[in-house]
Design a protein around this ligand. Structure first.
Ligand SMILES: [Zn+2]
Length: 244
């Protein structure tokens, strides 16, 4: 199970690296809701995320998020202490702070140019991040971090970009995508991808008969001996040799 999970995460990160230029260390933008959930479930965000993503990560937040957790008082005191441990990225709301979700929305506007992974438990913010192409969404499922598979919007934009690089216009790429959907080709493609490669299950196969192999080898050895030819020296040659 664990290997499968790592494969999924790796595949997802690869998608964002190949299509949207994400690079290590990945930047994770964390809000108060995730810190609150981490505290409730006794999760060390830094360690868990590093283990889960399998790469170095930069944990980040914004001034707006810190202010929001401060304003919510005692109830979010623990979350505030956690969120204050992270590096603060400039969000441009210094003069007029906004709620955390609005702040993050502005950070990923215009196709997430700074390549942030949005880490939040806020469903509405998750939905906003999904609609912004090239924005991975991460949340805690109880104690387990979960990186969502690329959103539909991210996949569409990635496909459009690869079509454009193959010499098609955006209009062509969209048309092809629509036609594929209409005729069920997309479904077929995903089904085909799911098919596993590899031979038969080695556990269900009959073991090779070692004794048989041994006897075959022995036979080969013996026949090899028999094949060795002796050179017969004619009698008159022998006589000549011995006489010398
Ligand atoms: Zn802000």
């Amino acid at each position: 199970m664990r290997i499968n999970r790592h494969k999924k995460v790796h595949k997802c990160l690869n998608f964002f690296s190949n299509n949207f230029g994400f690079r290590k260390p990945f930047q994770v933008l964390i809000d108060g809701t995730l810190c609150y959930s981490a505290l409730k479930n006794k999760v060390n965000i830094q360690d868990q995320l590093k283990n889960y993503l399998g790469v170095d990560v930069k944990l980040l937040t914004t001034k707006c998020v810190i202010l929001e957790t401060e304003m919510l008082g005692k109830h979010l005191c623990g979350a505030m202490l956690i969120v204050k441990q992270f590096a603060v990225h400039q969000c441009g709301h210094d003069s007029k702070p906004v709620p955390g979700s609005v702040c993050f929305e502005s950070m990923i506007a215009d196709n997430n140019p700074n390549r942030y992974i949005i880490a939040t438990q806020d469903r509405e913010l998750q939905e906003i991040a999904r609609s912004s192409p090239g924005t991975p969404v991460l949340y805690l499922h109880k104690k387990t971090p979960t990186l969502e598979q690329p959103s539909k919007r991210s996949i569409e934009v990635a496909q459009e970009r690869s079509a454009l690089s193959n010499g098609l216009t955006k209009f062509d790429a969209e048309n092809i995508s629509n036609l594929k959907e209409e005729f069920g080709v997309k479904e077929l493609e995903t089904k085909r991808k799911k098919k596993k490669k590899g031979g038969p299950n080695p556990l269900s196969c009959k073991k090779p008969n070692k004794q048989k192999i041994h006897t075959v080898q022995q036979q080969n050895f013996e026949t090899g001996k028999k094949r060795r030819r002796r050179i017969r020296i004619p009698d008159h040659v022998k006589a000549e040799l011995f006489n010398k």
